[in-house]
Design a protein around this ligand. Structure first.
Ligand SMILES: [Zn+2]
Length: 236
């Protein structure tokens, strides 16, 4: 089991940790700030720095088989650190920050477009959500202008924890049907943009919508009778 430092601090760029295990799949640490792929957000990349000066590039981070297990995926053939080795895990922060900004922007998009979310994906510099919306009522420019207004209004973004029972009593909180909220641990983390969006989410977010910066709706695709894909990109 890995202590998941990104859960409480999405702005943690590096942290010291000890190697629990390292094999052909990757490196497991006792604690990490690296976000493992999930909930539509890609896994972090970066470099664990060893005292010897040696480093193994981490090209991806994924969830392991056990609860809260995180695997830092190293390149094939990489020289792996021995269990017990102390290292400093450095996240590729510029990429991660772009992912956090776009991820948070997708929460705003949820509030702007009516209809259930049927899928979504954050990528570096762009993101998309699929909505169950009949017809072709969605307008690119109107969505972009509403999003950019919410971004410029500088709304705080923060976590709020509730119990599994409280979530079960409020199924409306789950906007993304394709992404099941993490449950079974007794409590669920909601991300709240007060008055705009509130939903269970295990990803990493910026603290204020102003950090997202200007965005554009690059495309609205028709992915089936009731499925509209809204694609966003950073405008700068
Ligand atoms: Zn989120």
């Amino acid at each position: 089991m890995t202590e998941l430092l990104f859960r409480d601090d999405g702005y943690l760029r590096s942290c010291s940790a000890r190697v629990i295990e390292a094999d052909a799949w990757g490196i497991r640490l006792d604690r990490t700030g690296f976000y493992p792929m999930g909930g539509g957000q890609p896994g972090d990349t970066g470099v664990p720095l060893l005292a010897s000066g040696r480093a193994t590039t981490i090209g991806d981070t994924v969830k392991g088989a056990a609860t809260d297990e995180v695997v830092h995926v190293s390149a094939p053939g990489a020289v792996l650190p021995e269990p017990g080795t102390e290292l400093v895990g450095e996240i590729d922060w510029e990429r991660r920050y772009r992912l956090m900004r776009m991820h948070t922007c997708l929460h705003l998009l949820c509030s702007v477009v009516p209809g259930a979310v049927t899928g979504g994906q954050v990528a570096d510099g762009r993101g998309r959500l699929d909505f169950d919306v009949p017809g072709s009522s969605l307008d690119k420019e109107a969505i972009a202008s509403r999003l950019n207004a919410l971004i410029a209004e500088a709304h705080p973004v923060g976590p709020r924890w509730i119990t599994d029972a409280e979530l079960a009593a409020q199924p409306d909180l789950v906007r993304t049907m394709s992404v099941k909220p993490p449950s079974g641990t007794g409590r669920v983390r909601l991300m709240e943009i007060a008055g705009i969006d509130l939903q269970p989410c295990g990803g990493t977010h910026v603290r204020n919508t102003a950090e997202i910066g200007p965005v554009a709706v690059t495309k609205i695709e028709n992915k089936g009778r009731q499925n509209r894909r809204v694609i966003l990109a950073f405008a700068e």
